[in-house]
Design a protein around this ligand. Structure first.
Ligand code: CDV
Length: 310
């Protein structure tokens, strides 16, 4: 192995509304300790890893939801995780709700290196759901009410031996997410997710098709950009609302190296070689040789579809 890295998805089981940040951090610390014992270099926690998936709750007054947000990072509750990461030499990705000093709300992920320093920040670009109470849905998904779209783009950082990128949950369904990072030579894309096991607008769309879509987009994103991908779930039953698990690690061929077996706190560990990204990047996905950007203008010029006149 030329650039070996031991990586892990640190899947979270459900977090209930009443669970304190301290209780949640203690669970994350346990997983980090277990990962360190197994020789893990880099650990990927989930989206909104410190709280229940609160966008399912409606608040007339948006400020009432500020209890779910972190005003600084690290803070009193999360500093034990940073301290432990530094002591054990484990880097990590962590998703949380961010409230900035200027009063902006983002669905955020940070990348922390093995010395416990924040080396990267990403704010979720593709916010699913709606911004007003929707009586037509079986349950609410109010991300558009509580968060602003991310304002940092899709950066890639050279750290911990490779080119590292981040995105969050719904971002994985958009090929543009992976391609923008692919164009920066990304070798490992990390993402956390909270995905309900059933579509709130289509009850017949249950776990079978939803987990298929999850694998489909993670495997496609990996293969088409010749990069490793780690997808980490928050899973299980939160307040009667099931979220699927299936946290997994995908290689640059699009093949799954490991997948979670439970919907509880669980580590999925793989020893990877970042140099396995090189072959695809130099051959079929050598972007400089094969891309034809003169035909891709619509990608950035329009959002909705514009079908031809009938
Ligand atoms: N947290 C998410 O972004 N969840 C969406 C659901 C609503 C479909 C997802 O894309 O998984």
């Amino acid at each position: 192995m030329a650039r070996p890295l031991t990586v892990a998805a640190a899947q979270s089981g459900p977090i209930q509304k009443a669970d304190s940040r301290q209780e949640v951090i203690s669970r994350l610390c346990t997983m980090l300790e277990d990962a360190a014992d197994a020789g893990v270099d880099l650990l990927v926690f989930t989206e909104l890893a410190l709280t229940t998936f609160f966008p399912r709750y409606y608040a007339e007054n948006r400020a009432d939801m500020d209890i779910w947000f972190e005003k600084e990072m690290p803070n009193a509750a999360t500093s034990p995780l940073f301290r432990l990461a530094r002591e054990r030499g484990v880097g990590f990705y962590l998703g949380y709700a961010e409230l900035t000093p200027e009063g902006h709300h983002f669905n955020t992920a940070i990348l922390v290196d093995k010395a416990g320093n924040i080396v990267g920040k990403y704010r979720k670009v593709h916010l699913p759901g709606h911004d007003e109470f929707d009586t037509e849905r079986a349950f609410q998904h109010l991300e558009k009410r509580y968060f602003q779209p991310g304002d940092l783009g899709f950066p890639v950082w050279n750290t911990m031996g490779g080119n590292m990128g981040m995105c969050i949950c719904n971002d994985r369904r958009w090929p543009e997410t992976f391609r923008v990072m692919g164009l920066q030579g990304v070798e490992l894309v990390m993402l956390g997710y909270n995905t309900p096991s059933v579509n709130s607008q289509r009850p017949e769309e249950g776990p079978k098709i939803r987990t298929f879509h999850n694998r489909l987009v993670l495997q496609a994103g990996a293969y088409q950009n010749s990069t490793f991908v780690i997808g980490t779930a928050k899973a299980g039953d939160e307040d009667g609302h099931p979220l699927f698990g299936e946290s997994c690690i995908v290689d640059p061929n699009g093949e799954i190296l490991g997948v979670a077996k439970t919907e509880e706190d669980e580590l999925v560990i793989a020893e990877i070689d970042l140099d396995d990204c090189v072959f695809g990047k130099k051959t079929i996905f050598d972007f400089a040789r094969h891309r034809r950007i003169e035909h891709y203008g619509r990608i950035t010029a329009q959002t909705g579809e514009e079908p031809p006149a009938g």
